[in-house]
Design a protein around this ligand. Sequence first.
Ligand SMILES: O=C(O)CCC(=O)C(=O)O
Ligand SMILES: [Fe+2]
Length: 210
Amino acid sequence: MDALIPRERAEIAPGAVHVPDWLSLDEQRDLVRACREWARAGMRSPKLPSGGVMSVRTVCLGWHWTPYRYSKTREDGSPVAPFPAWLADLGRRAVADAYQRPADDYAPDIALINFYDDAAKMGMHQDKDETSRAPVVSLSLGNDCTFRFGNTESRNKPHQDITLSSGDLFVFGGPTRLAYHGVLRTTPATTPPIGLKAGRLNITLRTSGL
Ligand SMILES: O=C(O)CCC(=O)C(=O)O
Ligand SMILES: [Fe+2]
């Protein structure tokens, strides 16, 4: 992060808001600790119907996601871990701060926790396996990444590239809920001291509508 350039809340497209440094270092440490607990169930690289394997490793809460559907059980038949109430509270606070309006009605019931090693990235995609169109809340921990936020029509331009750093909040909903987005790269050795030696974690909160 370049400390000379202020990082301010920015609505980069209608309904798509970046709130830099939303989480304190203590909150980030607590979330990293929680991710470690959730990861004990096993993090797996999702397998695509095309035969490819995603480069991130993922664990889910509430509903288990495999491309391209949600279920209550994981690949090995074990039940998906529950979605904790405190995480829904955090999601409501996130939507309220991003949209600067009360968000008491926001009730996420899915979390995807993605771990990026230094080589991992995520291709342009829509988050559309949820039937609800409530906003997606994204929290970043660890190394910086270059996040590409595009349009709702195609994977192609126009798009904007922004840096998501540790502690940043990104919310997308409303007109851009179905915008294509992806992670081009992460930047090694950019994490603050939050108990994550390497890599990047991203937590997205979603509402299944299921
Ligand atoms: O890692 C990120 O910032 C985005 C993750 C994402 O798009 C997803 O999990 O669907
Ligand atoms: Fe996504």
